[in-house]
Write a protein that binds this ligand. Structure first.
Ligand SMILES: [Fe+2]
Length: 307
């Protein structure tokens, strides 16, 4: 079966590289959650997208703050950018999204993959969400499908559905750059876990192989980095070519069975991410807190002995 959407993405990257009109990417790295927030813009029109923002959250006190988002906002203002898009690659399990705050200040359309509805259904059960919690993705402005195209100023972009880490994961190909979320990490670190509810290692493998069809020079921007053995600096940018030749988990030559055995064995040793319970409750609401109770305070739940 021909995969017309990846073919379109390949043509888009080739055209961007030939035109030399390449998006500019500035990354803000949150060391508390190892998350990379990317601000990407078209240097001709100065239209921008903010990808995977972070709400600072102090779990012991339950206090949130916006230092990370404010750094992004200051940069956008200083560069004179207009934010058209707030893109989420998926419902993150390790940090809270601050997209609503950035949107209130800078505007933009908040986008996530349409399969977020599946994720909302799974976690609505886990958190016993009230009937008032919508499971139709309506907390977001736009639910995007595999192959849907959009523009960043004068630069073409296309969304690719890359499930496996979660069912709703999306990669966004903007000009010659692909923002891969948690499908791939740096070549020396490998890949993301696939054992969250709705995750699947074989599905992740096939999504990664699909991304690896992009041209070798495609710039790859990651959602996370954790350093790696023999590397003591955080890095969040690589290329498809480097991932194909060097990714320790999934370089060319590794087959699906080998990947799945490795991934499942490794996932079995991992504890839950520190912020999974707060993150999911907020991120399935597009970064909003649960409805306040009658005293005006919002609460997060801790399901006991469930995950
Ligand atoms: Fe994730």
């Amino acid at each position: 079966m021909t995969d017309t959407h990846i073919e379109t993405a390949i043509q888009q990257v080739d055209a961007a590289l030939a035109s030399k009109r390449l998006p500019v990417v500035r990354t803000f790295f949150d060391e508390a959650t190892f998350t990379a927030t990317h601000v990407v813009h078209d240097p001709e029109t100065m239209r921008a997208a903010v990808i995977d923002s972070v709400l600072d959250f102090d779990q012991p006190s339950g206090r949130t703050s916006h230092a990370s988002a404010d750094a992004v906002i200051d940069y956008v203002r200083a560069e004179g950018l207009t934010v058209d898009w707030l893109l989420e690659t998926h419902a993150h399990a390790d940090h809270l999204s601050d997209a609503p705050y950035i949107q209130k200040v800078l505007g933009g359309t908040l986008v996530i993959g349409s399969e977020i509805r599946t994720v909302q259904g799974v976690f609505a059960k886990i958190f016993n969400e009230p009937a008032s919690f919508a499971q139709d993705g309506s907390q977001f402005d736009r639910l995007i499908e595999d192959g849907e195209r959009f523009t960043l100023g004068g630069i073409d972009a296309i969304a690719l559905h890359v499930p496996g880490h979660t069912p709703a994961c999306m990669a966004y190909v903007i000009g010659d750059a692909v923002f891969v979320g948690d499908t791939l990490f740096m070549p020396d670190y490998g890949t993301a876990r696939a054992d969250f509810p709705g995750g699947d290692a074989g599905t992740l493998f096939r999504s990664i192989r699909r991304l690896m069809k992009l041209p070798d020079p495609t710039r790859v921007f990651l959602c996370h980095d954790y350093k790696a053995p023999n590397r003591d600096q955080f890095v969040w940018e690589t290329t498809i070519g480097a991932e194909k030749t060097g990714n320790v988990h999934v370089h060319e030559g590794v087959n699906e069975d080998e990947f799945v055995s490795m991934r499942e064995a490794r996932d079995a040793t991992l504890g839950m991410p520190r912020l999974i319970l707060p993150s999911l409750q907020v991120n399935i609401r597009a970064g909003h807190m649960p409805e306040p109770e009658d005293n005006g305070v919002s609460y997060l739940k801790l399901p006991l002995n469930l995950l």
